[in-house]
Design a protein around this ligand. Structure first.
Ligand code: ADP
Ligand code: MG
Length: 312
């Protein structure tokens, strides 16, 4: 998915640790093989290629994923919407960036939005009009992390018997999103930090993460530039333009996929609406706003403060 993965584990037995890393890594690779649009042969790439030529039958796991994405698109009122492939293409967000003409933008908007595709959750079919495509950018990493977790915590009937201590601690860092399980010996959580919204190398918040996943969506980390103009890589699907918030938002959730989706949605909503929305739903989120002062302004939801009270 165009990102780097760092896997860490604690173990008392080398073979068990190596086996755990192997299982985690294989789950990440399998998810990448199914979802990545950087691969022409992935299931999602084939689905996108079939837009305009009738309904496609989804594999059970992709069908499950689509049900969840449909839920989040509705829940966030379209601030998160995976059916924005035509728009990310128009702005060339996965390339060097481009400001589309009015006509190109209008055409891309006409081919974007979940409400324009037909998903039959019972039959597991999906039909998209020509030119429409699913963009996995805002949920693929989270999905991969959830599947990695399931791969080491599920008891499998096939393969050799487990080598023991399978529930020992591990952390996966996909760049912008981490997931953990268990804690390093003698600690109450993994040390993770949230970076300054404009300077990725500068840690601003230091957190101890005992469980779940932390996802960050940041304006300037991966933004593109066309001449003097900054083009954010997160779009507001409702107007087809890059969201104008330029700080960062970090979400903690037990499920990595939810954290991933929610960080993107809250970025689009921005800190004013986003904090109300998160508070109304008990979501743990923190915004960092870069201003004139060297230290960014920190604005956290109630659930975030309750969970990470040590830093407030
Ligand atoms: P990152 O890719 O830096 O982890 P996000 O998780 O927020 O950041 O995902 C942003 C990516 O998701 C974009 O690069 C694009 O591919 C896609 N995308 C952009 N805006 C939206 C949106 N509003 N809803 C769903 N996907 C989006
Ligand atoms: Mg995301």
């Amino acid at each position: 998915m165009g990102t780097r993965a760092v896997l860490s584990t604690w173990t008392e037995r080398r073979d068990a640790g190596v086996e755990r890393l192997e299982r985690l890594l294989r789950a990440l690779e399998d998810t990448d093989a199914q979802l990545s649009t950087w691969r022409p042969d992935s299931e999602v790439s084939r689905l996108n290629a079939a837009a305009g030529s009738g309904a496609s039958v989804l594999s059970p796991s992709l069908c499950d994923l689509m049900r969840t994405l449909e839920h989040w698109t509705a829940e966030t009122r379209g601030a998160f919407d995976p059916a924005v492939g035509a728009l990310t293409a128009a702005w060339d967000l996965h390339g060097r960036g481009r400001v589309p003409s009015q006509a190109a933008l209008a055409a891309a908007r006409a081919r974007s939005g979940w409400h324009r595709l037909t998903f039959d959750a019972g039959r597991c079919t999906l039909r998209m009009p020509a030119g429409m495509s699913i963009d996995v950018g805002a949920f693929g990493k989270g999905e991969a992390l959830d599947r990695a977790r399931a791969a080491v915590h599920a008891t499998t009937s096939d393969g050799p018997p487990p080598t023991g201590d399978r529930h020992a601690a591990w952390l996966i860092d996909l760049g912008g999103q981490v997931a953990v399980s268990g804690v390093p010996p003698g600690t109450s959580g993994w040390d993770v930090s949230v970076a300054h919204p404009r300077r990725r190398e500068t840690p601003v918040l230091r957190l101890q993460l005992p469980s779940g996943s932390l996802a960050t969506s940041a304006g300037s980390e991966r933004d593109l530039r066309v001449g003097p103009r900054r083009i954010g890589h997160i779009l507001d699907p409702r107007n087809g333009r890059p969201a104008d918030f330029d700080g960062s938002v970090t979400v903690w959730h037990e499920r990595a996929r939810a954290a991933d989706v929610l960080s993107t949605a809250l970025f689009v909503m921005g800190p004013e609406k986003g904090l109300d929305w998160a508070d109304a739903r008990g979501i743990a989120a923190v915004y960092l706003l870069a201003g004139a002062a060297p230290a960014p302004v920190v604005r956290a939801s109630r659930a975030f403060r309750a969970r990470f009270d040590a830093i407030f």
